[in-house]
Design a protein around this ligand. Sequence first.
Ligand SMILES: *[C@@H]1O[C@H](CO)[C@@H](O)[C@H](O)[C@H]1NC(C)=O
Ligand SMILES: *[C@@H]1O[C@H](CO)[C@@H](O)[C@H](O)[C@H]1NC(C)=O
Length: 472
Amino acid sequence: MINLCSSVAISKRSLRQLVAVALAGVIIVWLMFIQLYSKGVVEHIVDNGTQMEADQSNPVHFSEQTDADFYTDPYQLKDICNKLPETPKHPRGILISHKTSAEPLKIFIWRQMTYMDPQTDWRKESLTLCPFPPELQPFFDFIRASHVYGDQAVNLAQWEQGFAPCFFFNKNVPEWQKNQINTCGSSNLKYITTSNYTEFRDADIIYMDYPFYNYMAGKAPFWDVRRLPPRISHQRWVLEYGRESIANYPHVALPSFLQQFDLTMGAPAPLFDVPYPLLPVSEEMARRYTEVKPAFPVDKKPDNYVAFVISNCQPRNDRNELIADLIKKIGAHSYGKCQNNRKMPDDETTKGRPWEEVKQEVLAQYPYTLVVENSNCVGYVTEKIYDALAAGVIPLYEGASDIADYVPKGSYVPLENFKNTDELVKFMKEADRSEFYKWKEEIKADPSKFCKSCHQGKEPLECRILNHVHFV
Ligand SMILES: *[C@@H]1O[C@H](CO)[C@@H](O)[C@H](O)[C@H]1NC(C)=O
Ligand SMILES: *[C@@H]1O[C@H](CO)[C@@H](O)[C@H](O)[C@H]1NC(C)=O
């Protein structure tokens, strides 16, 4: 029989020894880690043998986001994209106190969307692993669980604790740009961009995009904090929002979400500290639009008036009904997935050519095209209307109520002008189409007049952020 009392009755001296040994052990392990970590990238080849099993000891579960979440949301966010809340602007900007303006600021580009590339060969990429700080473990657990698709890929892509494929470390900053010190013209500020997770802690500014609002929960902070590292006190967080409409991510419009960042950037303009259009148009691009000739002769009667290539068949508006109506009433040609009745050309003449180019060629056989955004939201203007202008086709537009700030007046037909499809059909048949090309004269003379809100500044994105830096 073991005498429990005597076995736990350790003398004070041996207790001290025990604590000392334990402490030494912790320090040794810590030093080993520091050593490994400070080496930076160790080329770490993982055995891809079949004996490796998925690590089930610490599974990560994330809730699926569904449309139902939006509409049962306590914030009643359904139409928030057209009734944007007042967002108090950040008077602080980006305060930097641990560096002077003479030292380059390190901007960590933290993107996740690019990792969803289905072409990625995870088995191959998982052979070369790079170390990251331990606080990023939940993030990489999430990436592996959610983006390394398929049973086979997950089983093959085993990443040892503390390591992830170096692929991630190289993805967002091209090789030539690495360690390069750049300068912002007006302010003389110096900066380096990196996406090397080994250097995560050194970064002064963490630039986050899409992934970090991809998660929806009923209340602030509206993302899954479990996948984020603790915020280091000297680090400033910048959000970019500019790929999706607010209708898809309504919580992004809420001040409680936006105020988690030191600076925000994106579209729609009223919400963000630094407005940045979804599809920036440079003056050079604007000038090129003016050179496009009408695709279909304006004085010739077409056999078919209107065509479109639409592939998202679950819009957040009445687009599907409109498509059906146009097919029925004016024999519209639908080349996309939605109510398709025409095949995109797929032969020797189109092989290997950019999709946009082929699409524009197809549309150019008709005087009009239907341009209806996936959701009708302020500032949500996508490539669709610009594709039409590039093809020399007149866009029939429905979408952003402020579209007039994004393309020249008179370059498109607002669908809201018509009470029903019959009126629209009548218009298409009778209108003087030359009217829709007249805007080009004025813009040719001054391309800056192309739009009020679509222009891209000449400065790189990084400098638009750094313009808000204050050294204190
Ligand atoms: C990341 O940074 C570390 C430390 O500066 C460096 O040693 C390593 O080579 C970099 N990794 C990559 C993939 O560039
Ligand atoms: C690793 O994977 C490759 C490709 O499937 C295979 O040919 C090779 O034998 C594997 N290596 C080991 C050590 O199992």
